[in-house]
Design a protein around this ligand. Structure first.
Ligand code: 9PG
Length: 626
């Protein structure tokens, strides 16, 4: 749970070049635009004392906020900024924000809410109507996995991570504005939309997550990019933002189109080596290049290099069988989690991040809970401290050993873990830097040629280190969920269901081959042992195809007949064609991105898919080239 350290907010009201800027821009009424309002910083005091002093004097583009100074360069297309300490003491910074008023639009403001990590829902919320899920949940343990800032949102506030599009009332002449950070490796970026006494404000927040800035330290914050135009151009705006952000971050976007098999959505935790062998024996009838072993082989969460009793072979033996069949061996791991009773946790208790409440260390930091993993504390898992040099060395060695054993394809799961609030050996790092340090160690160990797939990953933190990212929640052999099955209030959308994966596949289509390769999650082609109707299974398969993203099949191949082959062939034809277009700057586009809470249409050179997200029924019009 979050430490309840008191925090202080400093406000600078009026803002840089306020009136002059307002006059100069004078946008037409009816066009959504932003007006600069103020700078804010939120500080946490290590001693737990609350400071009441706010230093508000500003000089030019340099603004004093208590013990901090924020330097800003505002321009029409965004801003560059940095934060520094002034004075002779270190400062613990939760966030630094620039606040704009959202003006000129008609009716309630709609917000594309991009989720924090792979599984976080991305869809549209309406200010004043929808609420942030944390308001209902009020459960920091879960919120830590789903948001950059694990605290509850303010009442009425909507938030988006890394980038957002704000639009006014739908209808002819509707306009929108994009606000996004051009990176996420130094800190997360949260866009918060709220109505403050009738003024709609968007808070552009650089989230430093209580990082300690030493006396004299200056940190460059990620530049903010602003773009605007008719709402019909929203998808193109996001593509431009992703192009620019991918360039700044040195995105890895050139891996081949991926076609493979994955064990998870058929065998789950009960996977055995016999299952792998049986599916490998049938794989020659299928076009799989990758054969990926998911969760279930490992001796314990954290002990990735040892197999359990259901696997007579070791990792090298498993990789050898897959390689012997002519395929690329893939392996799942959750590299930053350790079970309390794992070898690694017993041998290196000092590698585990600490749970700190009000400045008091209360034990190892639990970052996830999954009862099937056992682990000695009813399924609670500890988080590794990725700022500890021993952990960095360990992660490098694990990745090197996995590749050495024959697995050049690694699915790195539950990787939000180092972002969770807690005690880490280097208090100067932001949550984003802690996540990235873990991935950087794995990349170094795995080498430049390994294929790294992020999952459960804070998306903005890993550009340039991963080849691909999961961009949605887990599929399941069911289309949608009865709201009565919601486990944590507000977070139904994070629970496995194919409709949830479908939504993110559309809303995040623009990321593919601009920031990494998109992994929309697996196809399930079976027609027995599933609650998915044929129509819904086809809708999902076609969405994956039209998106141009990775295609992994997750079925017991013995269950599949000729229809499954036909459907996979259709998906691959669609996918290869969209993906080829994505390589040259195109790709799939979601034309109704801001029209509904969840979009329904996905269009690419390969075809156009129209679906009903409620029922899973759809129509696909395939482009026929002569
Ligand atoms: C293995 C699985 C598969 C799958 C991953 C991930 O929010 N949740 O409770 C939640 C639980 C599991 C989960 C995702 C979300 O699945 O996405 O593909 O690898 O782990 O355990």
């Amino acid at each position: 749970m979050r430490s309840s350290r008191p925090s202080v907010r400093y406000l600078l009201v009026g803002g840089p070049r306020g009136d002059e800027q307002r006059r100069r821009r004078a946008p037409t009424v009816g066009v959504v635009h932003l007006l600069p309002l103020r700078v804010e910083a939120e500080l946490s005091d290590a001693e737990g004392t609350r400071s009441e002093v706010a230093d508000l004097e500003g000089t030019g583009q340099s603004f004093g906020l208590g013990p901090l100074e924020v330097d800003l360069e505002l321009h029409d297309a965004g801003m560059e900024w940095s934060v520094a300490t002034r004075g002779d003491r270190a400062v613990r910074v939760r966030s630094v924000s620039f606040v704009y008023a959202v003006a000129g639009g008609r009716g309630p403001v709609r917000m594309l809410r991009n989720g924090y990590q792979s599984w976080s829902p991305s869809s549209v919320g309406v200010l004043g109507i929808d609420v942030d899920p944390s308001i209902r949940a009020d459960l920091p343990f879960l919120q830590a996995a789903q948001h950059a800032d694990q605290r509850r949102a303010a009442p009425g506030e909507l938030r988006s991570e890394w980038v957002t599009v704000l639009a006014d009332d739908p209808g002819p002449g509707s306009t929108c504005i994009l606000v996004g950070f051009d990176g996420g490796d130094r800190h997360d970026g949260t866009l918060r939309l709220l109505d403050v006494d009738g003024t709609v404000e968007v808070r552009v927040e650089a989230f430093l997550g209580d990082a300690v800035l030493d006396s004299g330290a200056r940190r460059d914050l990620h530049a903010v990019r602003i773009d605007s135009g008719p709402v019909s151009g929203a998808a193109a705006m996001l593509e431009r933002w992703a192009d620019a952000t991918g360039r700044v971050g040195g995105a890895r976007t050139t891996a081949p189109f991926q076609v493979g098999w994955c064990s998870w959505y058929q065998y789950f935790h009960e996977l055995t080596e016999a299952d792998i062998v049986a599916n490998l024996a049938l794989a020659d009838q299928w076009p799989f290049e990758v054969f990926q072993i998911d969760d279930g082989y490992q001796a314990a969460i954290g002990d990735w290099l040892d197999t359990n009793d259901r696997f007579p072979s070791d990792l090298a033996g498993l990789a050898g069988s897959i390689r012997g069949s002519g395929r690329t061996p893939g392996l799942w791991l959750a590299p930053f989690l350790v079970a309390p009773d794992s070898d690694v946790a017993r041998r290196h208790p000092d590698w585990i991040a600490r749970h700190v409440v009000g400045g008091v260390d209360t034990g190892p930091l639990r970052t996830w809970w999954n009862p099937p993993w056992g682990g000695g504390e009813d399924g609670f898992m500890y988080g590794l401290d990725t700022t500890h040099p021993g952990v960095v060395e360990h992660l490098e060695a694990v990745a090197a050993s996995a590749v050495e054993a024959g697995f050049p394809y690694l699915k790195l799961d539950f990787t939000f873990s180092p972002s969770v609030d807690g005690g880490y050996s280097d208090p100067g790092r932001t949550p984003a830097e802690r996540v990235r340090a873990g991935f950087a160690a794995i990349r170094r160990g795995a080498g430049p040629d390994a294929f790294l797939l992020g999952c459960g990953v804070p998306l903005s933190n890993v550009v340039g280190l991963v080849d691909a990212n999961r961009i949605g929640p887990d599929v399941a052999p069911t289309w949608s969920l009865d709201p009565a099955t919601e486990i944590v209030a507000g977070y139904l959308g994070t629970q496995p269901a194919t409709a949830h994966a479908f939504t993110n596949t559309l809303t995040r289509a623009f990321m593919h081959r601009r920031l990494w390769l998109n992994d929309p999650d697996c196809l399930m082609l079976r027609s027995e042992g599933t609650d998915l109707s044929d129509a819904a299974a086809r809708t999902w398969a076609h969405a994956v195809g039209v998106s141009g993203g990775m295609v992994l099949v997750s079925d017991d191949l013995a269950l599949l007949g000729p229809d499954a082959h036909t459907l996979l062939d259709e998906v691959l034809a669609l996918g290869r064609s969209t993906d080829a277009d994505a390589r040259s700057g195109g790709g799939a586009r979601c034309p109704d991105l801001l029209q509904h809470a969840t979009p329904r249409r996905l269009v690419s050179v390969a075809g156009a898919l129209d679906a009903d997200p409620l029922t899973g029924a759809s129509e696909l019009v395939v482009t026929v080239t002569g």
